[in-house]
Design a protein around this ligand. Structure first.
Ligand SMILES: [Fe+2]
Length: 188
């Protein structure tokens, strides 16, 4: 399967982006990341989404990414339904940012001498919010979407987030922090 079709298979949610030009830029960013990554599309459905919770965690990288995209999407719909023009959420920007938030993680890995994917030097210096923006800008993804990539994680606490960036940030953290706190309890 070529990279384009691999991305379409990984992300049927790309169809939620109504603007064709934006959808194609988001798709291209994922293609570029897969081409440059030591990970394959199949690996993403196998590797755990965080190394913090030990080797037994069954939630994969893609399980977590999809949960974030779906929660962000449903949240955006509800906010538009209840707040209308008081707090408009741009659904195309929201979905694009959610799909791209962790795309830079594909560059954070390198293979160790045993062929296992581990965090590499590049990822230590440039965490995925930075490498993600870099990949997305290469594919001409607009600033309002790059802003979501840049601010979705802890680094974004220093930045005034857009509405869409707040939604993605919280969708990401609400599906990560409970795993982290469960681990803390187990260790205490
Ligand atoms: Fe992230």
């Amino acid at each position: 399967m070529d990279t384009h079709n691999e991305v379409l298979k990984l992300w049927p949610e790309l169809d939620w982006i109504k603007n064709e030009e934006l959808r194609s830029k988001v798709t291209k960013t994922w293609e570029l990341a897969l081409e440059r990554s030591v990970l394959s599309a199949d690996d993403l459905n196998i590797i755990p989404f965080t190394l913090l919770c030990g080797p037994d965690l069954k939630v994969t990288f893609m399980d977590h990414k999809k949960a974030v995209v779906h929660i962000a999407y449903e949240s955006g719909l509800k906010m538009n339904q209840f707040f209308k023009d008081e707090l408009p959420v741009d659904m195309d920007v929201l979905v694009s940012g959610a799909i791209l938030a962790d795309v830079g993680k594909l560059l954070e890995y390198e293979l160790d001498e045993k062929g296992k994917a581990v965090q590499g030097m590049y990822g230590k210096y440039l965490r995925h919010p930075f490498s993600g923006v870099s990949l997305a800008e290469e594919c001409k993804v607009p600033a309002e979407v790059c802003h979501i990539i840049a601010t979705h994680a802890g680094e974004g606490d220093m930045v005034k987030r857009s509405t869409e960036a707040y939604v993605v940030h919280h969708a990401d953290f609400m599906t990560f922090l409970p795993f982290k706190s469960r681990l803390k309890k187990a260790n205490s």
